[in-house]
Design a protein around this ligand. Structure first.
Ligand SMILES: Cc1ncc(COP(=O)(O)O)c(C=O)c1O
Length: 413
């Protein structure tokens, strides 16, 4: 069909407009209550959302804070990493899952990902430890540098949990803690347990575009460990236990009451929104499943909550196709995103030590070819159908152009 004759539709990669339209009275009432209470920091709203989240996630402690990034920093700080500690993590994530390791003076070692889930690959992790590490007096050290290997930081990327059965077996064998970066997977499950509760500490982001998003920065740590929970509570409030009694060096990372009130209003809807995301994913799967040049995401473990729906656009006859498809969709009013345009080891300041540099070919291939399609709960079926139709049309055009070129070349011989 001719581009010009198509009814143009605008399909944003993400939008909160319909959610806000549907829930404006509830949001306004919640914000007004906070305004009337004059209790902007701490107090009842914070306690309520922490309790609601603990109940939802079936976890003992929820410690709210300013952002998902702060949650990561706080988790790593209370785990008290020794000097030059090594943390094994994924090369395919938002920068915060590695930058906070580096910010605390530790070294991220990047372990490649699985091609079908984009999550850290436990087999490669175990192989790295076998090859590079040794255990002495119950502690793990890197053979060449002698640095202590203390933990792993998997990310539940795009809404699917990493393989915690395999990761726990490795953690036990090598005496490592696990910080689970669950910024993108709130509501997902693994073996009946909620995402975020699968490590020693879980960290969550409530950034506005997340599955449960505040209207500003917000985050939390979750744990079943009483001692770590106490340390997190103290750390987030300047290291003070009681009024003006300071126990240790802390930070100011308190969630504010406006964000807490919005989160309380939204949390009861999270499972429904995640279910709607799964419907959108299913529509994509039905519409795109038969296109040979597109590799769809796979649910391998637990339940997926599709924070993103990201596909691999396979190179055609060796030529990269992703940016062409991206441009084609943009011309049709369809917005896509590149999560992520680069592998974290390509960022110079995250390569902290030459002897700890690894190669991550799967992550390298993924960042060159991945494309995130529009994904949000209120997307309508005809909007998804429009995205699918335009992707199909793009590949039909590419295939006929290729066949034309091939027949011209043959004719010239
Ligand atoms: C995987 C991951 N980790 C950490 C973060 C950081 O969260 P925040 O933006 O709330 O600091 C994000 C969010 O953008 C994320 O996607």
């Amino acid at each position: 069909m001719n581009q010009q004759s198509k009814p143009a539709k605008n399909v944003p990669a993400f939008s909160l407009a319909r959610q806000v339209k549907n829930m404006r009275p509830q949001f306004t009432a919640a914000l007004e209550k906070v305004l009337d209470s004059q209790s902007f920091i701490g107090g009842g709203y914070i306690e309520t959302i922490e309790k609601q989240l603990a109940q939802y996630m079936r976890v003992k402690h929820v410690i709210s804070c300013n952002s998902g990034t702060d949650a990561l920093t706080m988790a790593l700080r209370v785990l008290e990493m020794p000097e030059n500690a090594i943390v094994l993590t994924t090369p395919f994530s938002f920068i915060a899952s590695s930058s906070e390791i580096v910010a605390l003076g530790a070294h991220p070692v990047f372990i490649d990902i699985e091609p079908d889930t984009y999550n850290i690959d436990p087999q490669i992790l175990e192989a790295w430890l076998q090859r590079e590490a040794l255990v002495k007096d119950g502690k793990t050290f890197h053979r060449t540098t002698g640095f202590p290997v203390v933990g792993m930081l998997p990310v539940d990327i795009f809404g699917q949990c990493a393989n915690y059965d395999a990761l726990h077996a490795i953690a036990k064998k090598w005496n490592l803690w696990i910080v689970e970066d669950c910024a993108q997977a709130l509501g997902a499950q693994f073996n009946g347990k909620m995402a975020g509760t699968l490590g020693t500490i879980g960290t969550i982001s409530f950034y506005p575009t997340k599955n449960l998003g505040a209207f500003g920065d917000a985050g939390c740590c979750v744990t079943d460990d009483d001692v770590l929970a106490e340390k997190l509570l103290t750390l987030r409030n300047h290291g003070r236990k009681r009024n003006y009694e300071y126990e240790s060096l802390g930070v100011n990372s308190r969630l504010d009451a406006f964000q807490a009130a919005i989160l309380s209003e939204k949390l009861p809807h999270l499972d429904r929104w995640n279910e709607q995301r799964r419907h959108v994913a299913q529509w994509y799967e039905e519409g795109l499943g038969h296109i040979p040049y597109i590799k769809l995401p796979r649910t391998k473990v637990g339940t997926h909550v599709y924070h993103q729906y990201s596909v691999i656009v396979e190179p055609l006859q060796g030529a990269p196709m992703r940016s062409k498809l991206e441009q084609h969709l943009a011309q049709c009013g369809i917005q896509t995103r590149l999560f992520y345009p680069q592998s974290l080891p390509d960022i110079a300041f995250l390569r902290t030590h030459q002897q700890l540099v690894t190669t991550c070919p799967v992550a390298d291939f993924t960042v060159r070819n991945i494309l995130s399609l529009p994904m949000w709960p209120e997307l309508e079926r005809d909007e998804v159908a429009y995205v699918i139709e335009n992707i199909r049309e793009f590949f039909q055009m590419q295939a006929s152009a290729y066949n034309r070129e091939k027949s011209c070349n043959t004719a010239a011989l």
